[in-house]
Design a protein around this ligand. Structure first.
Ligand SMILES: *[C@@H]1O[C@H](CO)[C@@H](O)[C@H](O)[C@H]1NC(C)=O
Length: 367
């Protein structure tokens, strides 16, 4: 696409021999072919759930561990280990929903993105009748509980988090809650996605955390005067979002320069299969999952390998389903399906897919 329209003047290049030019062009072509083959190979292998861990136990932990995998966890994978059984409270004009497992070894605060709320993290239940239980949010909570973290979720006052007084409100709520539950001796961690990620990057300047996880957010490091006290930071991001990818590369260097421990987890797209939606979403059965997958294929929303062609938000799947009067979908499941489609495209969405890696990293930064 770039065309600067400059021409080679034949006379001035007379010194470079034809042979040199040929060798250079050949080398370049060879490199392109090799690159192409490598990437093609990666793409082919995605179907069989390849986990390319380029870098797992690197000393500085900075190079991204690069994973290309379909989600392993099903919505009910944790049934034998933990159950969601939260408590809801109201404080400082907002709500917090929390659960403490038996003998907790840490506390994790989870911050939602824009349009999110604490109710998105927990299944609808007697305790929480308006809870929504989005697939990624609830799995993240289940992972945390299974790792024996006390989980606390708080709703932002507005649609997105704000970066003034709200920082102090959340600090207050956390301190009050931690004091009341007598969890003050345990390591404290925060994970925020998108708007929640920006928020957490700033919250870490007013409240001490053992580590923070910034998901699909580069953080607000231009506003922060980083000192040695800033907590170890893990970026969990989707490289397809090039702008954020570049910002994160930049901030990783900034933090490293200040001797802050940094980690990076990259989340790649994965192909949908007929069972994906049923595997991830409580209350969506295999039959419906298969029907939806077939429609997405027929409409060209996914390619022949099952990959989303566009972000879920840009795909007109809801319109198509409305037109098919014979398909009955519980309206409550629309946001859940939307989330999984966005996740499969891997541009910008909450993800629990890399929870194993995330908690491994968190546990290596508990002191
Ligand atoms: C939160 O509520 C408590 C108790 O009502 C109050 O003391 C505290 O000042 C409030 N914090 C903020 C930041 O508004």
């Amino acid at each position: 696409m770039l065309n600067h329209g400059y021409k080679l003047k034949p006379r001035s290049s007379a010194h470079i021999s034809m042979v040199q030019v040929l060798i250079m062009s050949f080398t370049l072509m060879l490199m392109i072919v090799i690159l192409f083959l490598v990437f093609d190979n990666i793409n082919d292998n995605v179907d069989v759930d390849v986990n390319v861990n380029v870098n797992d136990n690197d000393n500085d932990g900075v190079k991204p561990s690069f994973t290309y995998e379909s989600p392993k966890q099903k919505w009910n994978s944790f049934d034998s280990l933990v159950k969601l059984n939260p408590t809801r409270e109201f404080r400082n004009g907002t709500d917090l929903i929390w659960q403490v497992p038996e003998s907790p070894k840490g506390v994790i605060f989870l911050a939602h993105g824009c349009n999110g709320k604490a109710i998105n993290f927990w299944d609808k239940s007697f305790e929480c009748s308006d809870c929504i239980g989005l697939p990624e949010e609830r799995l993240l909570v289940l992972h945390a509980l299974a790792q024996r973290f006390a989980v606390v979720t708080i709703s932002s006052e507005h649609r997105c988090w704000t970066y003034g007084k709200e920082l102090l409100v959340v600090k207050d709520i956390l301190e009050w809650w931690i004091g009341k539950r007598r969890l003050g001796k345990l390591p404290l961690v925060a994970l925020g996605a998108s708007s929640g990620g920006y928020f957490v990057s700033l919250l870490a300047t007013v409240k001490k955390f053992n580590s923070i996880v910034l998901m699909i957010a580069e953080g607000m490091f231009e506003e922060i005067d980083i000192n040695e006290d800033y907590p170890p930071t893990l970026f969990v991001h989707m490289p397809k979002d090039l702008y954020r990818q570049q910002k994160i590369d930049e901030y990783v260097e900034v933090l490293k320069d200040k001797r802050i421990d940094v980690g990076v987890v990259e989340c790649m797209e994965f192909p949908l299969s007929p069972g994906t939606l049923a595997d991830r979403i409580p209350g969506l059965d295999q039959t419906l999952s298969k029907i939806l997958f077939e429609i997405f294929k027929e409409k060209g929303f996914v390619d022949q390998n099952g990959y989303m062609r566009k972000d879920g938000r840009k795909t007109k799947w809801k319109k198509v389903l409305e037109e098919r009067k014979n398909i009955l979908i519980d309206k409550h499941l629309i946001p859940h399906i939307q989330e999984e489609l966005n996740l499969a495209f891997a541009y910008h969405e909450m993800t629990s897919v890399h929870s194993d890696q995330i908690f491994k990293w968190i546990e290596s930064h508990m002191r």
